[in-house]
Design a binder for this molecule. Structure first.
Ligand code: IPE
Ligand code: IPE
Ligand code: MG
Length: 247
């Protein structure tokens, strides 16, 4: 399949550069706070405001799917008080934002092994997804306890179990089947991966999905990210020539 030629020139709804699916590694909250002599949680709080701004802008710019790296499978290595601050902010975010998200037609979904979170938070997350499941606007995929390696291991285990049970012939395992087993199944192919805060690494985010994504690294710290930053990233994306291995 030649995905390149199947790609629309402009995203539906007038997206600046035709990116259908954008993913963001939202990094730099701690450094934003440190620069202001504030506790790290203040950076995470401002990061939550940046999430609000970015979701609103992404919807208005006609992006179809926005995948946000909110908590990695490696972030459990952080001190317990920071993890608890992050979980508290996630609860607060859902409480405060779900009405507006729903009103704006946002469809919320989750990627990652989020079932490891506290049961009340899991219930709150699933309720938010269920409530917005019928919406047809921007899809926002929150990556929670997500790791690309973990996701691939879970797919491999699922396929191996199906093969052992006799319901899958290993010869039928191909790229499309793998795609359908990923947490991101059904989302458009990943076009653009943005990482804020000046780090140039993927940190285990969307390893499979990033195969032909355009990568954009910006020095902007996540709490400072806004509509103009997203527009700038989309404009940069629009100037890139994608070849998907062709010529
Ligand atoms: C990103 O900001 C938020 C999460 C990883 C949850 P950081 O907390 O990693 O901020 P820095 O990288 O220390 O500045
Ligand atoms: C990546 O940021 C994870 C999220 C943004 C949720 P990190 O701050 O955890 O990544 P590293 O440790 O600098 O690679
Ligand atoms: Mg970081």
């Amino acid at each position: 399949m030649n995905r390149g030629s199947a790609r629309p020139v402009a995203a539906p709804g007038g997206g600046l550069a035709g990116a259908r699916h954008v993913a963001i590694i939202m990094d730099g909250n701690g450094r934003w706070a440190k620069a202001r002599h504030l506790p790290r949680v203040a950076g995470h709080r401002q990061g939550m405001e940046a999430v609000r701004r970015t979701i609103r802008a992404a919807g208005e710019l006609g992006i179809e799917a926005l995948t946000l790296y909110a908590f990695s499978s490696e972030n459990w290595r952080r001190p317990a008080d920071e993890i608890s601050d992050l979980m508290g902010l996630l609860r607060l975010y859902l409480q405060r934002e779900i009405d507006e998200l729903d009103r704006n037609g946002v469809r919320l979904r989750l990627i990652g092994d989020y079932g490891k979170f506290a049961p009340d938070l899991v219930a709150q997350l699933e309720a938010a997804c269920a409530r917005t499941a019928g919406n047809t606007g921007l899809t926002v995929a929150l990556a929670l306890n997500y790791g690309g390696q973990d996701e691939l291991v879970r797919v491999a285990r699922q396929l191996a179990e199906a093969a052992r049970a006799g319901s899958l012939d290993p010869a039928d395992i191909d790229v499309d089947l793998f795609d359908e087993c990923l947490d991101t199944a059904g989302l458009p192919p990943l076009d653009l991966m943005i990482r804020t805060s000046g780090e140039s690494r993927l940190s285990n985010f969307l390893l499979w999905q990033a195969a032909y994504a355009e990568l954009l690294f910006t020095d902007t710290l996540w709490p400072d990210f806004d509509r103009a930053a997203l527009e700038g990233a989309l404009a940069d994306f629009g100037r890139r020539e994608r070849r998907f291995g062709g010529r």
